[in-house]
Ligand binder design. Sequence first.
Ligand code: ZN
Length: 184
Amino acid sequence: MHREMETSYSQLLHAIGEDTSREGLVDTPKRAAAAFRFLNGGYHQSLESVLNNAVFEADTQDMVIVKNVELYSLCEHHLLPFIGKCHVGYLPKGKVIGLSKVARIVEMYARRLQIQERLTKQIADAIQTAVSPSGVAVVVEAKHLCMMMRGVEKQNSVMTTSSMLGLFRDRISTRSEFLDLINR
Ligand SMILES: [Zn+2]
């Protein structure tokens, strides 16, 4: 499997007209394959393994917000990065998750080939599954290198996607509170 990926990267380099035997490139297929495996490591993780039982009883019902979680993913259309940040909010109903776990959930789904819309939804669904809250809100803001480096070359466009579940979907005041807090 590793060998196969290295061979593929060699072929790619050859196809763009590179001399794969020159010094700077000798180990590139190996390094590129390792990097690509790392960036797609989320396929080998599950919500269960990521949570690792870090779900705790708590009788608060106040909104929990985790803001500015860094996000690095690869678009499935061009295999180019999209990078940005993710904001997660939920309304606990007896259970909360460890703060770092929110970041780990984001990472697990980001390290798969993605479109931003699906990534956003998957994060929201995972929080819903993990703690069954009264509502979940996820907003992702990202810049896509496939937009910035090629094609239309829109260097400064930021794509924003959101997924609202439960009370964040049904109650405008709850949604507004969340959006105010993340934009502060
Ligand atoms: Zn793309």
